[in-house]
Ligand binder design. Structure first.
Ligand SMILES: [Zn+2]
Length: 193
């Protein structure tokens, strides 16, 4: 068994031992809100936003982008499971600011091995066995974090399946301090009406 599998299963055994009555939790989030945030390993929404099991929906992807699939989840979140407020929470030092579509396409062309990054940018081993398929993917990268929060809130706000009475709040999580910093123009764009 891999070391990670061993660690995960043993951590889970501990969790089960202290599971308590969480098996009785209903499916709809008790605190009726949802968070869209980045998959970055430094972010723990349960901790930074004070969530317990059953409290809220957390939708995560690379860059906290309102992709079609993220919007699918948000629509299910309110339409079937009753959430009433949404947060879009980007973060400082996001990896999605370090490349663009062209760079990712080139890295995948070089090989399918993990690329490396240094001060001059991303580099691939070019070991071969790569694919040009990555050149046809929209990777939803980010150039300006605050602008991206605003655009992402606007995209969700303007979706025809999203009702106007759900407020959408825009924030950036500061990886250096743990602080959630509001992006006022994004929250303003996400205002309910
Ligand atoms: Zn990120």
């Amino acid at each position: 068994m891999s070391k990670v599998v061993e660690e995960v299963t043993s951590a889970n055994a501990q969790y089960v031992a202290n599971f308590g009555n969480k098996g009785e939790l209903p499916m709809p989030p008790g605190r009726q809100f949802a968070i869209l945030t980045c998959m970055d390993a430094r972010l723990d929404p349960a901790k930074y936003a004070g969530l317990a099991e059953g409290d809220a929906h957390v939708i995560r992807n690379a860059g906290c982008k309102p992709s079609d699939d993220a919007i699918r989840s948000l629509v299910i979140s309110y339409k079937l499971l009753g959430t009433k407020e949404w947060f879009v929470i980007h973060h400082t030092d996001c990896g999605m600011q370090t490349f663009n579509n062209e760079i990712m396409g080139e890295l995948l062309s070089g090989s399918l091995k993990t690329s490396s990054v240094d001060a001059s940018g991303w580099h691939d081993s070019n070991a071969g066995g790569g694919t040009t398929d990555g050149k046809f993917v929209e990777w939803l990268t980010i150039s300006d974090q605050s602008k991206s929060v605003l655009e992402d809130v606007q995209r969700i706000r303007n979706n025809s399946m999203v009702p106007s009475n759900i407020p959408i709040y825009g924030y950036i999580y500061d990886c250096a301090t743990g602080n959630l910093i509001e992006v006022p123009e994004a929250t303003a764009a996400g205002k309910a009406s």
